[in-house]
Design a binder for this molecule. Structure first.
Ligand code: HEC
Length: 116
């Protein structure tokens, strides 16, 4: 009985670890492509918030993802929520239907590499 319980626990622990590492962070390399195709026109090729389409928007301007002080105040979940649901009354559209959940996390993983 005890042995069986330990095996079950180990399998559970492995499953949870795997699920967390697989899900917590997207793939930044894949996210770079998602970003260049869908986001760079506003957020800029380097994520500085200086894309051509973004410059044409009324305020607020697209976020500068290289601003470390600002970006460090945001959790990944905060960013995911904005990418998924958009930011009301701004140029930031909801990507819930346009990008898969994996693509959204990948884009966020990439954004995280921009603030150094
Ligand atoms: C049409 C221009 C435009 C496009 C395209 C765009 N964004 Fe944005 N984005 C904005 C604007 C404007 C804001 C600022 C909204 C605000 O201040 O509330 C913003 C804000 C954000 C934020 C919030 C950051 C924060 O500080 O909370 C994230 C994350 C984000 N964008 C990610 C993305 C991603 C990922 C894509 C591509 C899938 C994308 N954006 C495409 C205009 C754009």
């Amino acid at each position: 009985m005890l042995r069986k319980g330990i095996v079950v626990l180990m399998v559970l622990a492995l499953t949870v670890t795997f699920a967390v590492t697989a899900f917590a962070k997207g793939d930044a390399a894949k996210g770079k492509k998602v970003f260049e195709t869908n986001c760079a026109m506003c957020h800029g090729n380097e994520g500085k918030g200086d894309g051509a389409a973004g410059a044409a928007l009324p305020p607020p301007k697209p976020r500068n993802f290289t601003d470390k002080a600002l970006m460090s105040t945001k959790t990944d979940d905060d960013l995911f929520k904005v990418v998924t649901k958009g930011s009301p009354n701004t140029g930031m559209a909801p990507y819930e239907k346009m990008l898969s959940e994996a693509d959204r996390w990948d884009a966020i993983a990439y954004i995280r590499t921009l603030a150094k």
